[in-house]
Design a protein around this ligand. Sequence first.
Ligand SMILES: [Zn+2]
Ligand SMILES: [Zn+2]
Ligand SMILES: [Zn+2]
Length: 99
Amino acid sequence: MGYMCDFCGEQRSMVYCRSDAACLCLSCDRSVHSANALSKRHSRTLVCERCNAQPATVRCVEERVSLCQNCDWSGHNNNNNNNNSSSSSSHRIIIRGKL
Ligand SMILES: [Zn+2]
Ligand SMILES: [Zn+2]
Ligand SMILES: [Zn+2]
């Protein structure tokens, strides 16, 4: 797993496929997963937009980014130290569906 697509290595990875254990860019995701009926059933999640290394588990509506647990935690917990107690936590939704 890394910043670039595991398949073509040229474009930024956007989607994480659990079945392939691979991060894919959008065009590779489309071509890999339209190949046959079995691969269409792979469940995919977005890749964390901050570290680009982990599958995203949370979507921050306010910042419009998808984040993994680590980045969500480090990003949003800092806010709690400010007087911002209505903090960002309410702006996140848990990603658990398929794309
Ligand atoms: Zn690719
Ligand atoms: Zn797949
Ligand atoms: Zn992350």
